[in-house]
Design a protein around this ligand. Structure first.
Ligand SMILES: CSCCC(=O)C(=O)COP(=O)(O)O
Ligand SMILES: [Mg+2]
Length: 241
């Protein structure tokens, strides 16, 4: 298998292509970027001061915080807030966020606005895997508390039983590196030719194309414009897939 960031074996999906396996990004692909920026991030940042001050030994949160190796609480707080403000895909931050968001989902304060066509897609396809910078814990929460598009005020939907596996930067590596997609192919036991990867980030699509995975660019409201967008098969929704 040839792996190389510079060797792009891009396969653009054509009508009638049939994939047995789908790999989905989350933010900007199955849910709006605004959900992360306006709901998840503020929920987390509000809790950071309390989290750092009340840090008690041997709790899961404390064990994660210790991985930053910053003893001074003020400095630790500033570091975490800076990572969030700069949207750094830091594996320790991502683990921490999963623990904090759990409180929001479980108390009913947060429901994930997964697009209706993405809900339908996840239910109707046989092999669906997720690959997000958000931790596996955060991914399972998000898909466990999905706002029902037909009854937004009612109980949330749990899509986890429709999802075959979850990958993040801790399990598989950075999303912009080709080796990460080779790791995922190995873990799911699939050939590159069987897989379609959908993401809003062209750097991620190029990295996946490096192992021969077919790719599609998710174009959702609020996503950043993509230079060279014509290089990709663009999907405004997943109804035709
Ligand atoms: C799944 S948790 C919330 C999203 C998040 O923290 C994140 O970094 C999303 O990145 P993605 O790779 O899904 O674009
Ligand atoms: Mg994304």
């Amino acid at each position: 298998m040839v792996i190389g960031q510079n060797v792009l074996l891009a396969r653009i999906p054509k009508m009638g292509d049939n994939y047995s396996t789908y790999l989905l990004d989350i933010e900007g692909t199955v849910c709006p970027i605004s959900f992360v920026k306006e709901t998840l991030s503020p929920y987390f940042t509000k809790k950071v001061p309390q989290l750092v001050q009340q840090d008690t030994r041997d709790s899961p949160v404390s064990n994660i915080l210790s991985q930053f190796h910053i003893d001074d609480k003020e400095q630790l707080q500033a570091h975490i807030l800076e990572l969030v403000a700069k949207d750094v895909k830091d594996p320790i931050l991502k683990q921490l966020q999963g623990y904090i968001w759990a409180q929001g989902y479980e108390s009913g304060q947060i429901k994930a606005p997964v697009y209706a066509d993405a809900i339908d897609f996840i239910k109707r396809k046989k092999r669906v895997f997720i690959y997000s910078s958000g931790s596996v814990k955060a991914q399972k929460l998000l898909f466990g508390y999905v706002q029902d598009p037909n009854a937004p005020a009612h109980d949330s939907l749990d899509l986890n039983s429709y999802i075959d596996g979850y990958f993040d930067i801790n399990t598989s590596g950075k999303k912009t590196e080709t080796q990460s997609y080779a790791n995922i192919l190995r873990d799911i036991g699939a050939k590159a030719s069987e897989v379609l990867f959908l993401s809003d980030n062209p750097l991620e699509l190029d990295a996946a194309a490096g192992v021969g995975i077919a790719t599609g660019l998710a174009s959702r409201p609020g996503n950043a414009p993509v230079p060279d967008g014509q290089k990709y098969q663009v999907y405004k929704n997943f109804e035709t897939l």
